[in-house]
Design a protein around this ligand. Structure first.
Ligand code: AMP
Length: 385
């Protein structure tokens, strides 16, 4: 009999489903891909998209009925305070994820649909939910609570949850490996800089603060999201600007960040324009970097001792310019970037600081799918299913 060592990772978004089949025995990935533009002609809904993925897998000889398939791992964006670890999906678990929809109206519904369809396709197969918020469940109350009336906050579940948790968890652990140390012995600041962007302060493998909050809008400047701003800006836009809640939501989530500042949300294009002397792009770049440096300084104070500052995701892994600007002139912090190492392009986890740098600066490509597969496999292997 074939040992069941493979995990199918599904990331169901509102208009796309990404999938990867990962073999936990040897780390191989026999299949991966993405179905996009769900809701349009070829894929009218998630059911047709997942059926297409099932066909694709079957065509490669690794179909959903394959005896090697041990489980399906689903990315779920919001676990609220209810889910602080990867969880075997039951009807009851799914009901609770449904109750969390008001906290993540843009994300959880698509995650739920993906789970429902996958369970119909393979009702007997263990399926596990891996939450984007879970790694941040260890953030102490004084960092998770906003300074508003406690009763109101509790009534509406308003607190810092944080996102990109699987990425921060994977990258902080991988950084410890890169330093040749155990995760328990290192303090790291992780900058996950993709289209969405967040920072996390991780002390001895445990997350103690993160920049995203109730939703993925707070914190760093992102591709199209504003990140931090005075909450009264919203009131001003409503009272003086006459904007509705939906209009403000659209402004802050889809028309702000780098796009709103300079018209481009892709850091490659922003950098190209900066090099060509474009002033708007330069100002947007400076605002982006200024915010990064504020979090770098803030999390240094939160952690007390920092062993590494780590960059990951699209911008973090690829933009030497952003890494250089974010860490420039910080000798007082013990940070000394090596310009030559920083300029090298590579897909491997690597140090980009000089050997003299007291705080290591690292680039560690994220791998959320592998982390979801690992956590899924550990849930089904732990016996307490
Ligand atoms: P992610 O969300 O992690 O896929 O990151 C996507 C973002 O990474 C894109 O919007 C780009 O802004 C950025 N990116 C990708 N490649 C590069 C690059 N070579 N230089 C700078 N930014 C990049």
């Amino acid at each position: 009999m074939t040992a069941a060592t493979r995990v199918l990772v599904l990331n169901s978004g509102s208009s796309s489903v990404k999938y990867q089949l990962i073999d936990m025995a040897d780390g191989s990935r026999p299949a991966s891909g993405m179905v996009e533009r769900i809701g349009e002609q070829s894929f009218p809904d998630h059911a047709t998209a997942l059926a297409a993925i099932a066909d694709e897998l079957a065509g490669k000889g690794v179909g959903l009925d394959s005896p090697a398939l041990a489980a399906i791992g689903h990315r779920v964006v919001h676990g609220g305070t209810r889910f602080t670890a990867p969880t075997l999906i039951t009807d009851q678990v799914l009901d609770t994820v449904r109750e969390l929809v008001p906290l993540a109206p843009l994300h959880n519904p698509a995650n739920i649909t993906g789970i429902e369809i996958a369970r119909k396709l393979r009702p007997d197969l263990p399926q596990v939910a891996v939450f984007d918020t879970a790694f941040h469940a260890t953030i102490p109350e004084y960092a998770a609570r906003y300074a508003i009336d406690s009763e109101t906050a509790d009534r509406f579940s308003v607190r810092r949850y944080g996102f990109h948790g699987t990425s921060h968890q994977y990258v902080s652990r991988r950084t410890a490996e890169l330093l040749g140390k155990s995760p328990e012995s290192v303090n790291v600041i992780v900058f996950h800089l993709g289209n969405g962007a967040s920072a996390a302060a991780v002390a001895g493998g445990v997350c103690v603060d993160t920049s995203m909050g109730l939703t993925p809008l707070e914190g760093l400047v992102m591709g199209t999201r504003s990140g931090d701003l005075d909450p009264a800006v919203l009131l001003h836009l409503h009272r003086v600007g006459g904007m509705s809640a939906d209009e403000i939501d659209d402004l802050l989530n889809r028309r702000s960040g780098m796009l709103g500042l300079c018209g481009d949300n892709d850091m490659r294009e922003v950098t190209r324009r900066v090099q060509a002397g474009d002033e708007r792009a330069q100002l947007a770049f400076d605002i982006y970097v200024h915010r990064l440096r504020k979090y770098l300084g803030g999390y240094t104070a939160v952690l007390g001792r920092v062993d590494a500052v780590v960059f990951t995701a699209g911008v973090g892994e690829n933009s030497a310019e952003v890494r250089a600007a974010a860490t420039a002139g910080l000798d007082a912090f013990g940070i000394d970037l090596d310009p030559a190492l920083n300029a090298l392009r590579s897909k491997a986890p690597r140090l980009v600081s000089s050997p003299l740098s007291r705080v290591a600066v690292a680039v560690v490509p994220t791998d959320e799918e592998l982390e979801i597969a690992r956590q899924t496999f550990s849930v089904i292997s732990s016996g307490d299913r």
